[in-house]
Structure formats: C-alpha cells, structure tokens
Design a protein around this ligand. Structure first.
Ligand SMILES: [Fe+2]
Length: 634
C-alpha cells in the first residue's frame, strides 16, 4: 500500500512537472516592450493595437526604395557594369561618370553626357565608351577606376548616388573592393581621431598617418581610432582599400583650455525641400547641405554640430531609413574627409511601428522595437560615429516597469557631450522614445516630442555640474532639436504646446510626474541659475533662423499658469537654426516675441568664432553667401 501510494505520489509530481514544462515551452515572451500599452502580438506573431475594442493590425512597409536595392547589385560585364535593382517594374535613368580622386580635394562624380536607361529594374553601364578623350582618370592605362552613379526614377525623383570601384580584366570589367561611403573624420580630440568608412566588399582598410599604419578588421564597416597625436596639428592621411588610395587631412583640436581662436558651425533640419532637383535626394536636401558644407570648409571650421531632422524619415523600414541616411551622408561626404560633423536626433529620425486603418493617413505609431536592434535610436547610432559618453537609457527611472530588464531604447550616440579647447557642447535628444501620434500617447504610451525624461535630465545635470568645475571650459553650448521657445511652425508643440503643461511622456500606461513646462523650467533653472558657463541653446525643428533672449525680463508663461514659476537670474540665448533646407515656417506671436531678433526664412549656417573669452556670431546664407545676422554673444 505504502509502495503504491509512493508511486502514485511520484507519478503526480511527474505529471505536474511535465505539464509545467510543456506550458512554459508554449508561452513565448511577447516582443512588445513592457513600456507600451494596448499593443499585442497574436499567436502568429502579428502585432496589433487594441483601440475602442477593435484590433488594428500593424501596417508593414513594402517600399522598394531601400539602400540595398538602390545599390543595384552591380556586376562586371564585357563592356562595363550591369545593374539589377531587383524591382521588376522599375524604370528611370542612371547617370554615371568617373570620380577623379587624384585631381581634387573634394571628390565628386563628373557625369558623362549620355546616361543609361533603366528598364524593368535593369541597366547596363558602358565603361568602354569612356575611353580616349573621356578617360580623365587613366583607367585604360591603370586598368582600374571608380565610377559614381545616380539613380533617378521615371518621374525624375533622385533616389541614390552610388560608388563602384572597378578593375579591367582579360574579358572585360569586374567590381573591385573599394570605399563606397566616407572616409569621415570623427571624434577629433587634442590627441586622437576616428576615421570611419564603408566598403562594398568585405576586406580591410589601411590608414597611413605620419608613417604609422593602422589596419581595420576584415569587414564592410570600418572605424579606425588614430591615437598619440599632437594637439592643434594638421595631419595628412591616406586610406587604402584594395588597390585604391585616397589622400586627405584633418587638424587635431586645441589643448583643453588653450583659449586660442577657432570657429565652429551650427545648423539643423536638412530634410528634403521643395523646388525640385537636388533639394530632394530621396529624403535629404542634398543641394543646401552641400552648400552648407562648402561654406563651412571655406570658413575653416574645426567642427560642425547638426541637431536633427537630417532626413524626412518617419519610416517603418530599416533599410529605407538607411537609404535616406546614406543620401544625407553623401551630401556632406566630400567635406567630412577633413573635419567632424556631430549629429543628433530630431522627430524626423522617427523609425516606427505603425497601426493604421486603410483610410487613415497616419494611424498610430510608436518607436520601433525590438529597441536593441530596430529602434530609431539604434539605427541612428549605426549610421553615425558620435561620442559614447551619455546615459545608458531610461531604465532605472522610477517609472521603469521592470528593474531587472532593459525596457527602453538606448541613449548610445544620441545623447553625449564633447569639448574643443575652452568650449563644451552638450547634446540632448528631445525626441527619445518618440511616439509620433501625440494624440494617442495615453493609449500606447511613448515619448512626447520635446520631452526630456528623468534619466536624461539627471545626466544633463551631472554633466553641467562636471563642466562647471572643469577649469579648461569657459563656454557651454546646449543643443537639442526642439526649441524651448518656439517662434514659428512649432508653437503648438516643442517645449510649449501653447502653454499646456498637461503634455508629457507616458510609460506603461501612466503619465510622468512633470509636465512639459515644468521640465522646461527645471532645465532653464539648471542652465541659467545653476550655471555661469552655459551661454546658448542651439535648436532647430522650426525651419527658420531666429535669436531669442532668455532672461529675467522674458515672459515665459501662459496666462493663468498655476504650477510653480521660476525666476531667471541671468540672460542666455536660444539660437534657432532649422534653416538647412526643409520647407520654411514664418514667425508667429508668442509671449516672448519682444525678445526675438533676426528672424529669417533664408537658408542659414551659424558660425561661432571663439577666441578666449569672446564669441562672435555670424549667420550666413550658404546659397547666396549673404551675411544676414551678426553679434557678439560674449
Ligand atoms: Fe523637427
């Protein structure tokens, strides 16, 4: 009997154990981050939003305009290069020509007079016809060369500028290994720099500088750190990939606290503009960006800060996003062989999951997940080389739904700071965890446009305190995409929402403690009352240039504002320059309008000429070279 009972007991235990095991095998953890609400995954793994008792399924992007397709899968032929875009009904034009790396400091393709026709997604490019009087790169003699090509669709929309290195072989041509993006000079300090580039095939890149050689790992993306450099020194460098070498130079930063003169530049909002031509290179205002970069190089700047809305974005396809970023990088490329451009995120860097009914225009959208691989933040970081010294994420904040798990997108390379001589630039991300459908944030949860969350705020506080105590730093510039005080185009949002402090970010179905105006005030208190070094906030989002005085006499509240108000102890400036090519906005009336000067819808580059304790500002139209504002900031 005892034996029988025992065996019954053991079989029961076994049954319980077995059934537990099989249920746990069946329940797969949902890919929906726990910070979102009302978004679910069904048994087939399809995502849907539950809204008003209805299931709205995710809209999947079917765009053919992706970076991998636009590269055209080039392959050598007897006469040149064959392209297959992998889009059966694609027709258009392929412009092409050699890139004369040896002759010029800023290499660009020189297009041949007759382009190729793209039909049924294919075209053949004839290199043989570029012989004799068209052979300005000596490809016939050297047996190699590099082509630039431009993909244009049947409507005349420019989609992509590509690069193909080629070799001459016994039976025609072959695609060889070479640089197809960059080299970019990044992260230039007083003793180091990073050179980054992409190659079309897997291989190594060799950098030669001052007789020292650096070789990257076999890969297609390369970031090479050059160290042990002297401050304030110009270095010639060469980059070799396969049998091709390119030669450029860069200058290291001044020693911290040297207080020698230098210039840096600021702009934002270069997403595509109207007017046709290169004002829209699928997502980027290629035309104005090239002009901005040429002017910046002419002004011999040490670095450029570019704060958001680089591209049209608002996409849900990672590879389409990569295409728009590639187009933006191509516009700046000839000049970034020489100096670094630090970039940060705006709302147009949005990469989302969209839940939309057929007739809806936008539907409901949230930052794309999984956050670790597909968030707007990660794809941005993958496309650029920025300092990695920011906060980790919003994990650990009091609203973090699971203290043991990563529940938020990373701040890596989208929140950071850097210094040059006696200047520090603190870069914030006011479109973190951004949910574009503002009206649905209470339903889905997500980041509000212009809202700075607690962990980022804590990091900014810590960073300002650190820089206040750093004797080598005299001037701190803050930058984020969204104005603290919008003046034209975004008075209904940014850090104002027409004075509506109810607006805020939501996490896991709950609104955060601080409203948008309260958080703005905490930041102003930090930058103005608790700092002596912060001199300006550089913003964009509004596609115009304007300077706003923020000080004791600036009216910063709406009528009948009940939360605690702050007093400002000194004056700093908001310098807005969202005039790098996106469609313009005119000036609107606000409580602080009497403190706004210089408002203009001209395209603009802001130049800061720093010399020890003085900062002169110059604002120049990169298209006409008209200087239309200038003043002493300090
Ligand atoms: Fe924006």
């Amino acid at each position: 009997m005892t034996l029988k009972l025992n065996s019954l007991f053991f079989s029961l235990i076994f049954l319980v154990f077995f059934s537990c095991k099989s249920t746990s095998q069946l329940t797969k953890e949902s890919i929906v981050p726990s910070v979102y609400t009302n978004i679910f995954e069904d048994e087939e793994g399809k995502l849907y939003l539950e809204k008003d008792g209805e299931k709205i399924y995710e809209t999947i992007s079917k765009s053919d305009y992706t970076l991998s397709k636009m590269k055209g899968n080039p392959r050598g032929t007897e006469k040149g290069i064959a392209f297959d875009f992998g889009i059966p009904d694609f027709s258009g034009t392929l412009y092409f020509g050699f890139i004369p790396y040896k002759d010029v400091k800023f290499p660009l393709p020189v297009y041949f007079h007759t382009p190729s026709t793209i039909s049924k997604g294919k075209t053949n490019l004839n290199i043989k016809q570029l012989a004799g009087r068209y052979d300005m790169i000596d490809w016939q003699k050297n047996g190699k060369g590099t082509l630039g090509y431009r993909v244009v669709n049947a409507r005349g929309d420019m989609l992509y500028d590509g690069i193909i290195p080629f070799n001459v072989t016994s039976d025609g041509f072959e695609v060889s290994i070479g640089i197809i993006e960059g080299p970019f000079v990044d992260l230039v300090t007083e003793n180091s720099a990073t050179i980054s580039l992409e190659t079309n095939l897997t291989g190594a890149a060799k950098i030669k500088i001052d007789d020292k050689e650096y070789t990257s790992k076999e890969n297609t993306h390369h970031e090479i750190i050059i160290s042990g450099l002297e401050a304030d020194t110009e270095y010639q460098y060469s980059v070799t990939v396969g049998n091709n070498t390119q030669n450029y130079s860069f200058k290291t930063a001044h020693k911290p606290g040297d207080r020698k003169p230098f210039t840096f530049a600021y702009a934002s909002d270069s997403r595509s503009g109207k007017g046709g031509g290169e004002r829209n290179m699928y997502g980027a205002n290629f035309y104005i960006m090239k002009k901005i970069m040429a002017l910046a190089k002419h002004e011999n700047i040490s670095f450029m800060q570019f704060s958001g809305d680089l591209i049209n974005g608002y996409l849900s396809n990672v590879d389409e996003m990569n295409l728009q970023y590639a187009n933006w990088k191509r516009a700046i490329e000839p000049f970034t062989h020489y100096f670094p451009v630090y970039v940060s995120m705006g709302n147009h860097e949005a990469l989302t999951r969209v839940f939309k009914k057929d007739k809806e225009r936008y539907g409901t959208s949230v930052d794309r997940f999984p956050f670790a691989t597909e968030s707007a933040e990660v794809i941005f970081a993958n496309n650029f080389v920025n300092p990695n010294n920011g906060p980790i994420s919003e994990d650990g904040a009091k609203y973090d739904p699971d203290k043991k798990k990563i529940d938020f997108p990373p701040y890596k390379e989208n929140v950071f700071y850097y210094t040059h001589d006696n200047v520090a630039v603190v870069v914030m991300n006011s479109d973190y965890f951004y949910a574009p459908s503002t009206g649905e944030i209470a339903l889905t949860s997500g980041g509000l446009h212009a809202y700075i969350m607690d962990q980022q705020f804590a990091w900014v506080t810590e960073t300002i305190n650190y820089l206040e105590n750093d004797d080598t730093i005299d001037h701190i510039f803050i930058t984020e995409h969204t104005p603290f005080f919008p003046n034209g185009g975004h008075v209904g949002d940014d850090m104002w929402y027409r004075g509506n402090n109810k607006m805020r970010t939501w996490v896991a179905g709950k609104p955060l403690d601080k409203g948008i105006i309260e958080r703005r005030d905490q930041l102003l208190d930090l930058f103005i009352n608790k700092s002596n070094k912060v001199i300006a906030i550089l913003t964009g989002d509004e596609h115009n240039y304007a300077r706003t005085e923020i000080g004791p006499d600036t009216n910063i509240y709406p009528e009948n504002y009940t939360p605690v108000k702050i007093k400002l102890s000194r004056t700093i400036y908001q310098i807005n320059n969202g005039a790098a090519g996106a469609p313009y906005y005119a000036q609107e009336q606000t409580p602080w309008s009497n403190k706004v000067t210089g408002f203009s819808t001209q395209n603009a580059l802001v130049l800061f000429h720093v010399s020890a304790n003085s900062i002169e500002v110059e604002v120049v139209n990169p298209d006409t070279l008209e200087k239309f504002d200038g003043y002493k900031l300090r």
